[in-house]
Every structure is written in C-alpha cells, then in structure tokens.
Design a protein. Sequence first.
Length: 183
Amino acid sequence: MARRWIAGLLALPALAAPAVTALAVTASAVAAPASAGDFPSLQGDRFSDVRVDVRPLVALGAGAQAEALRADLTAALRSRFAARLGGRGPSLVVLVRGFSLRPYAGGNNSGRSGFGGGSQNDYLDGEALLVARDGAILGRHPQLTATPSSFGGAWYDPQSERSRVTAIADIYADWLVRNLPVD
C-alpha cells in the first residue's frame, strides 16, 4: 500500500495557485517522527524532482488554500534546491501534514501586561521524504516551521493571507535546504 501511495505522489500534476480563503487546518501525523540523521546523503547525485503533497490538507477541506500552499512551496523548494536538481537520483517529496494561519489583526497579543496569552504565529508541519524511483522511502526528515502572522504584511491588505502562505512556504524551504545533508 505504501508503494502505491508513493507512486500516486510521484504522478501528481502541477496546478496553478488559486485564490486563498481564511482556513486553519491541522492534519494528523502519517509516519513516525525521525531525525535529520534519517535523511541520507545523495553522495554526489542530484534529486530527480521536487514534489509537494498536500492531500492530507485537501482531505480535511483545505481545498484552495492547500493548493496555493502546494504551488508556493513547490516553487520555493525548486528555487532553493536548484543546484541539487536535475539528476537521476531519488525525488524529494514534502508531505504537508498541518497548516495553520492564525487570525491576525495587527499588533501584539501577548496577554495582560505582556505575560502569557496567545501567540499570533502561522504554522507549517511537514516531512521531507527521499523517494527512490521504485517508490521506496530512503529517508525522512520532519520539520515544523512557525512564523509571525505579521510576515504577510499589513493585516488590512486584502492580499495579506495570500502573502502569509507565500512567506511560510519560503521560510520552510529556507530551513529545509539548510537541514538536509549536502555532498
């Protein structure tokens, strides 16, 4: 069953990013957690492709926002990993398990007198998978990214939520390229 799931993953088409709606989604974990040491070196080879799987989010009703995240994260990963793409090696697949855009109306909501209270952070939870041509998972690296909700610009800007999706995708890609082994 796992190989059929991976085969479906490798056949995902590239879709354009549709408009984003305000939606907070958290998907449950699909695989056991792992450390960065569980992601092997490519030993001089290059990734054959980069893909992003948001099906867990779509299954929970995230629809348009999940597809926008998929498009932004795919573009960010292709940009950050450009020097490591185009080979005959395994594919880099990022499985997105959770995504949350917190309600944001500007300012700092740190509770009474600055002690405690809620945070205004956006979250992206995923796992990078190193997938062989036969569908075998060669390595995995989980990663959680949190960014201030203000990274999308002014809260009153109609494009703020869309900008927040792009910002968290960019930051996730920045951290992933730093955390994976380099040959």
